[in-house]
Design a protein around this ligand. Sequence first.
Ligand SMILES: [Zn+2]
Length: 146
Amino acid sequence: MSAQPIQEILSQLQRVKKIAPDKWTALCPAHDDRRPSLSIREADDGKILLHCWAGCGAADIVNALGLTLADLFPRTNRYNVGEARSVHRVWAHREALQGIAHEAIIVRLFIARLVGCAPLDHDDLVRLALADERIGEALRVAEEGR
Ligand SMILES: [Zn+2]
């Protein structure tokens, strides 16, 4: 593959049409496409962004072309594939922690009310149950990202 993956990708697609300097449409190779539903965009760093309006995943699309997701990155930036994944993981962790921190504030507010002998009403209990649910969800996200 050349240093510019966009040329390689476009040469393998059918009914390619340029709609902007860095944007094309083509028939999606991953499903039985009759009107071009694949959008192709070349990012500033040479990375190729694929989007099928019928819902095919980028991995399905490159597989149908006999390529891999790594082929969507310029050869000089191949390490970015792994890098992008680890950055995503760090963010998922951070968001999970922020979510827990936020829910902890809610719980603390309710506890302060109870300590001040102000009873919780039905809405409060619903909100507490939601806090419990969100903390559990955040923990699952953090667990998966490990
Ligand atoms: Zn498709």
